[in-house]
Design a protein around this ligand. Structure first.
Ligand code: GDP
Length: 476
């Protein structure tokens, strides 16, 4: 474990140059960006008169997934829905149309605010939360940060255009996340619409709608003419019932950042989607590596609210700094505790940045409930023929014990979307005669994704086969 001089300086709120000087006196010549080991770091910390503060992992382990709420405290909560699909297939139009169906409560006359998520109230009085950033990049980015906030994905496919590359990407991202999907076949008002063809093409991607004997719900809609929206809402509610979504509303709140920014007048603001508990004005919290106290909360209608329960999105004022999308918010008992947890998280984040090995093959295997080990991978290639050949060869080298799982394959340069998908499953990304674009490369570096380039299929297969065999070999 190591930390760079600069990072240590940041954490001690000292000048980096002063640390370098002190180290020099101790007989070590280093530059600011050079890593130093734990012992040296501790010596320095003492040298500068700081106390080494250790917070035990268990102490701050926050049980988002931990089922530590007793069964009798759990109450039904609204589903959280994300809309995905190809560009121009009508994601934004559908989000707007669905928002328009909401039964406005009383004469409060709120004004629509774009805070990154909104909630509708159906005619039957049920609530549904929609994340307002369509697309799978945001979805997988959040997931890569450990925030699986989406309960249901609506896949929008334009009936006049059919399945397009981003439709397929969206399907793959959704499958990788294990989130149920409802297919909204949009633009059915158009004379050239062919919804049946969409259903058929979906079969090729193992999305089998009910009419075809499968379990995926589908619905024909027109976002433009506002047709089919009630049916879509009914299907969301049905899916939600099947999922039995629950949370304990009567506890300290936990949530995730949907979006955050520095606002000129109001300082750092973040939209928080409450996951469990109830967030209240005055609560002290930690969010990512920031802390704060809820000064005010504003809902998606622009109204100030005093509290927000599970699945409710609210804009929160009173943060010490701007957190990142996906960051977890946790309400804590007091400010000292908030600072402690924030410092601990910063430390963890630093550690991850400085010591996380690139997704080496060991990290990529995920044991399933069955005994089969999965080997997830994303494949991009220059031509359809070689991509198909690689995918089918990779599938063939699967054995009873270890199985290749192609999260996504496609033709073209490696994009950010490919990287976020790989990152979310800690999978390697294979490029056959293709390279990443600049943004994708930067993201891959940040996410420590293993990028592998090949120009000979044989080499690619040999290497994967070797890694798979190595993974199965008994330890020691
Ligand atoms: P996005 O890129 O997926 O968010 O797509 P948009 O919502 O921006 O829609 C792209 C275009 O398709 C716009 O010109 C919309 O007016 C149009 N559009 C969206 N939904 C429908 C629909 O149901 N019927 C028709 N005819 N056009 C639609």
């Amino acid at each position: 474990e190591s930390i760079t001089v600069q990072e240590l300086a940041n954490r001690m709120a000292e000048k980096g140059a002063d640390l370098v000087k002190a180290l020099f006196k101790m007989g070590t010549a280093v530059t600011l960006n050079q890593p130093i080991d734990q012992d040296t770091a501790e010596l320095l910390v003492e040298e500068f008169g700081h106390r080494i503060q250790r917070v035990s992992d268990a102490d701050v382990e926050i049980g988002m997934q931990g089922e530590d709420d007793a069964a009798e405290t759990l109450k039904a909560r609204p589903p959280v829905v994300t809309i995905m699909g190809h560009v121009d297939h009508g994601k934004t139009s559908l989000l707007d149309a669905l928002r328009g169906t909401s039964v406005v409560s009383g004469e409060s006359g709120g004004i629509t605010q774009h805070i990154g998520a909104y909630q509708i109230k159906t005619k039957g009085g049920d609530l549904i939360t929609f994340l307002d950033t369509p697309g799978h990049e945001a979805f997988s980015e959040m997931r890569a940060r450990g925030a699986n906030v989406t309960d249901i994905v609506i896949l929008v496919v334009a009936a006049d255009d059919g399945l397009m590359p981003q439709t397929i990407e969206a399907i793959n991202h959704t499958k990788a996340a294990g989130v149920p999907m409802i297919v909204a076949i949009n633009k059915c008002d158009k004379p050239e619409a062919n919804p049946q063809k969409v259903r058929e093409r979906l079969l090729e991607h193992e999305v089998i709608v009910e009419d075809m004997g499968g379990e995926t719900q589908d619905v024909e809609v027109s976002a433009l003419k506002k047709q089919g929206l009630d049916t879509l809402i009914d299907k969301i509610l049905l899916q939600s019932e099947l999922l039995e979504l629950v949370a304990n509303p009567d506890r300290a709140a936990e949530g995730n950042v949907i979006e955050a920014q520095l606002d000129k007048g109001r300082g750092a603001v973040a939209t928080i989607l409450v996951r469990r508990g109830t967030l209240k004005v005055g609560d002290t919290f930690v969010v990512g590596a920031e802390s704060g106290k809820v000064r005010a909360m504003i809902n998606d209608q622009g109204q100030q609210v005093k509290s927000a329960g599970p699945s409710t999105p609210v804009e929160v004022l009173g943060l010490s700094g701007v957190p990142m999308a996906g960051d977890q918010m946790t309400v804590v008992e007091n400010e000292a505790r908030a600072r402690e947890v924030a410092a601990y998280r910063q430390e963890q984040a630093t550690k991850k940045r400085t010591t996380a090995a690139p997704t080496s093959f060991e990290h990529m295997f995920s044991a399933l409930n069955t005994q089969v080990i999965e080997y997830p991978v994303v494949v991009k290639g220059d031509v359809q023929g070689s991509v198909e050949a690689i995918v089918s060869s990779l599938n063939k080298i699967s054995t009873d014990e270890i199985k290749v799982r192609i999260l996504h394959s496609g033709v073209g340069a490696i994009t950010e979307s490919d990287v976020t998908l790989a990152a979310a499953s800690r999978a390697p990304l294979i490029g056959f005669n293709v390279r990443p674009n600049a943004k994708a490369r930067q993201l891959a570096e940040r996410e420590k994704i293993s990028l592998r380039y090949y120009d000979v299929i044989y080499d690619l297969l040999e290497e994967v086969r070797g890694e798979m065999a190595g993974q199965l070999a008994p330890e020691r």
